[in-house]
Ligand binder design. Structure first.
Ligand code: ADP
Ligand code: MG
Length: 250
């Protein structure tokens, strides 16, 4: 089972941010995505997750075409993203943020509220249990009732991961999970990611910290100027001449 990206293009005005991207990511893998600033990495995440629509190309998830679906529909299909700049609701607590990230439930419609109150209560209990599980898994117990705007940068990254986990995804797209995070917490976030991967959740990770990323992932792709330059095992990929050139700005 894979996420397949075929010939995806995206232009902003006259600027070609994605220029025929092709990539195949196994759904249960730890897969890295690197490249110089402006290479198109975050734009690719937006196009994959449905926050932006591609101009051309095709995206399939486990064999199913998803490029026509909305972002929430793609999340329900099993794929969610986090943002380079965390988008938590800062006035809500950690626990409330996780609650709010659960996918739309029966009870959110009037129909559910009036005609299926039992179902609604069962769903709420299931969500609450999942929230507590996620808090424990990410070791956020101590800050669970704090307004999330008061969290450290690293804790906000963990909360982003937690919000993604609330939709029970098969594949999570992480945009720079280690940026602005202290080394100790980077180690912890990596452990959590590896643990989740052991439970069968795949990760596609954009990261500038190459040292940390190469320890985490088994494969990576390199983007430059809207294209995938190379793909394979981290050591081999980093050794390719055109990759070195892109990084040296050559
Ligand atoms: P990366 O994440 O690899 O650093 P981005 O995908 O954020 O790169 O950006 C790729 C290029 O597209 C950059 O030159 C950026 O300025 C441009 N870009 C990204 N988003 C927009 C947008 N919404 N409107 C116009 N240009 C954009
Ligand atoms: Mg980016």
């Amino acid at each position: 089972m894979t996420l397949e990206i075929r010939n995806v293009t995206k232009a902003f005005g006259g600027f070609q941010a994605l220029d025929g991207v092709r990539l195949s990511v196994p759904l249960d893998s730890l897969f890295g995505l690197i490249g110089p600033n402006g290479a198109g990495k975050s734009t690719l995440f937006s196009v994959i997750s449905g926050f932006l629509s591609a101009d051309q190309g095709e995206i399939t998830l486990g064999g199913r075409r998803i490029d026509g679906l909305s972002a929430p529909a793609r999340a329900r299909a099993g794929m969610v993203r986090t943002f380079q700049v965390p988008r938590e609701f800062s006035h809500l607590t950690v626990r409330e943020n996780l609650m709010a990230a659960a996918p739309a439930q029966t009870g959110e419609g009037l129909f559910g509220l009036f005609f299926r109150p039992g179902t609604v209560r069962r769903e709420e209990a299931a969500i609450a249990a999942r929230v507590e599980e996620t808090i424990a898994l990410l070791k956020l117990t101590r800050v669970a009732d704090q307004p999330s705007g008061k969290l450290s940068g690293g804790q906000k990254k963990l909360l982003e991961l937690g919000r993604a986990l609330m939709v029970e995804p098969r594949l999570i797209l992480l945009d720079e999970p280690f940026a602005g995070v202290n080394p100790v917490l980077i180690g912890e976030i990596m452990e959590r990611i590896a643990e989740l991967n052991g439970r069968g959740i795949g990760f596609l990770v954009i990261e500038h910290d190459l040292e940390a990323l190469t320890r985490l992932v088994s494969r990576m792709a390199v983007m430059d100027r809207g294209r995938v330059l190379a793909e394979g095992e981290p050591a081999a990929v980093l050794d390719e001449p055109q990759v070195r050139e892109a990084y040296l700005g050559g």
